[in-house]
Design a protein around this ligand. Sequence first.
Ligand SMILES: C[S@@+](CC[C@H](N)C(=O)[O-])C[C@H]1O[C@@H](n2cnc3c(N)ncnc32)[C@H](O)[C@@H]1O
Length: 211
Amino acid sequence: MREDLIEDYVQASANDIPSYLIELEKETFRKALKPKMISGRVQGRLLSFISKLKRPKSILELGTFTGYSALCLAEGLQDKGSLLSLEVNDELETFHEKFIGSSPYSNQIKIKYGDAAESLQELDSESFDLIFIDANKKMYPSYLELCNRVLKPGGLLLADNVLWWDKVVNENAKDAETLALREFNRLIHESDLYSSFILPLRDGITIAQKK
Ligand SMILES: C[S@@+](CC[C@H](N)C(=O)[O-])C[C@H]1O[C@@H](n2cnc3c(N)ncnc32)[C@H](O)[C@@H]1O
């Protein structure tokens, strides 16, 4: 009950949301499978805020879904900056064409369809200022290793769902996603490459900076 009230209160405080994001959120809940995967307005504003602080020239996202987080992150891009988002499900293309295509960032956002880990291996090293990991949870430890190579020194690494609905702290939870997320958290925490912490917002977001 208290958590619901807090959630509503915090949601109401998230302002300055562009109208195309409000429409995209509505259409995601009307038409997409598993709509709760969307970042939504609070996390979306956080992504936008962090991106605006960083002012990246290049952003990489793993897991586009309907394009909500990509559009939020794009708000902080430099004028000639670009965002590449990797998505395995090409049936989401109609969402991307409609909402990214008609957004102010249509020329700056590119979606690459296919497996994110495979696409990552084709990218040049040290080419991104900001990376947001939000694709297959079982692959997070591998994503981390692959992202280490393509993130610039000083770059930001963000990762969603790292608390996995509190399962990471439940000793009895041993499903593949939980094990992979625990391993991801351990790797980044023990890594000399990053300073990092977990923000316990929603389902937990890692915020890390590459040294
Ligand atoms: C949690 S959703 C992403 C939500 C999105 N970032 C947002 O905030 O609106 C995860 C997405 O990752 C995609 N995905 C799952 N496995 C993948 C893989 N191996 N490669 C690329 N994308 C993958 C799913 O199809 C889904 O669209």
